[in-house]
Design a binder for this molecule. Structure first.
Ligand SMILES: *Cc1c(COP(=O)(O)O)cnc(C)c1O
Ligand SMILES: [Zn+2]
Length: 425
């Protein structure tokens, strides 16, 4: 049921697409690259229209991302939404993890594995596909490292729209199965994500794909806006405050830049007071795919693409589109980036599970491992409130820890056997 308070404004504050490179403006349309300089486009808003959004209006909205519809480019009218209604995922106080890592200030885990298809991608897909439907596309598609394909397939099934998702053939079985079950087309490519992405860019230019929306290609500016809702939620769940530090996993780097954009918008439109010391944004990658962190460590603006390896497949983008903007964000806010190898990722998945009851996929292991490194290297202050983002679900990447965990005891079903095996202590 839709309450009368759901989406009180049926118009968007979005006004145009704006080039992140040269600032040129274009109409709101399924376009992702600047006609002037080929730079990436993002959604620009009318600040006065954004300022009409109030805390009371958001708090009275639905218990999902659409409570922030006034700050999004699409979806103000509930009838227009293509959505599994993700969002308002738990912000978990991670006291025991904080204690292990030496925190004296509160440490929180924003657990986005609680979304309908168990990753943060439901946020971006809901916004992208709502835009795509509005533009009249009749098929939904994506280039994916796994979670995006899962989400696009599920959203399309709910909406009754055909889908075709493109993935590297060597993804985790759990990611392929949870996508294929929705019965859209799944195209497994013998190549890396970067190969898949290149192919999808070429497909968007063909006549056969004229009516197909690739959520992270031709409607990418809208897709990217969905990530902002993670930042809005963290602030609202903290009682309309922005935390001093956030640690965010990076694939393309987009999520990291959009959480920062969300915080900035909340301050600009007057929904949140700017914290005294600002906020610092930290980025996490795996050692097998660390082109953004490597550029930061080298003090350069040039991101050298890599051939990804390692178990954190959802983050394996070797040529990250938003990498330069992630570098800017981290430098501007005084944060840092680091990376973790496969053994560190596995250990961090187990540490997070043991201390919080949250079972993360490999991307969450990356982020928690990097959190520990940042504390130990003195880059991140354990005396300042910190939010770490778990963006995906451990059940999709069981292989990562399959050889490391199992039954503590194995016994015959008798009291004597249990006693002999040590079950009674
Ligand atoms: C896609 C993804 C990310 C990061 O996405 P970008 O916006 O491309 O940096 C993080 N975690 C998980 C689990 C993902 O699937
Ligand atoms: Zn431009």
């Amino acid at each position: 049921m839709t309450s009368t308070l759901d989406a009180p404004l049926y118009t968007t504050a979005a006004r145009h697409l704006v080039c992140r490179g040269c600032g040129a403006q274009f109409p709101l349309a399924p376009q992702h690259a600047c006609f002037e300089c080929f730079g990436p486009l993002e959604v620009g808003y009318d600040p006065a229209a954004l300022r009409l959004v109030t805390r009371a209006q958001i708090e009275a909205g639905p218990a999902n991302i659409w409570r922030y519809a006034g700050l999004l480019p699409v979806g103000q009218d509930p009838a227009t939404r293509v959505s599994l209604n993700p969002g308002l995922t738990p912000l978990v106080r991670a006291a025991a993890l904080g204690a292990e890592l030496g925190f004296t200030a509160p440490l929180w885990v924003k657990d986005d594995s609680a979304n309908p298809t168990h990753s943060f991608k439901d946020r971006v897909v809901s916004v992208a596909l709502t835009a795509a439907k509005g533009f009249g596309f009749t098929r939904f598609a994506c280039a994916s490292t796994g979670n995006l394909a899962n989400s696009v397939a599920a959203h399309s099934a709910r909406a009754g729209v055909p889908s075709m998702v493109f993935i590297p053939a060597d993804l985790e079985p759990g990611k392929i199965l949870t996508t294929a079950v929705y019965d859209g087309d799944v195209v497994a490519i013998d190549g890396s994500y970067d190969d898949v992405n290149r192919l999808c860019s070429e497909l968007t230019e063909t006549d056969e794909f004229e009516h197909t929306a690739f959520v992270n290609v031709n409607v990418r500016p809208f897709y990217a806006e969905g990530s902002k809702t993670l930042g809005y939620e963290v602030a609202e769940q903290l009682g309309w405050r922005i935390p001093a530090q956030v640690v965010i996993p990076m694939a393309s780097g987009e999520l990291l830049t959009k959480v920062d954009k969300a915080f900035s918008e909340l301050v600009e439109v007057g929904l949140v007071e700017a914290p005294a010391g600002g906020w610092k944004v930290f980025g996490a990658q795996s050692a097998g795919c660390n082109p953004i962190a490597t550029a930061l460590h080298a003090g350069t603006d040039t991101i050298t693409p890599v051939k990804p390896t390692g178990i954190a497949k959802s983050l394996n983008i070797g040529d990250p589109a938003a990498g330069p903007y992630a570098l800017d964000t981290v430098r501007r806010t005084g944060g840092w980036m680091d990376y973790a190898d496969d053994d560190e990722i596995r250990a961090a998945i187990r540490q997070l599970a043991r201390t919080t009851g949250v079972f993360a996929e490999t991307a969450g292991g990356v982020t928690v491992a990097v959190l520990g490194k940042l504390v130990r290297s003195g880059r991140l202050d354990p005396a300042a409130e910190t939010v770490v983002f778990n963006t995906g679900e451990g059940l999709k990447t069981l292989d990562a820890v399959a050889d490391l965990v199992g039954p503590t005891y194995r016994v015959k079903p008798s009291l004597r056997a249990a006693r002999e095996a040590g079950v009674l202590g």
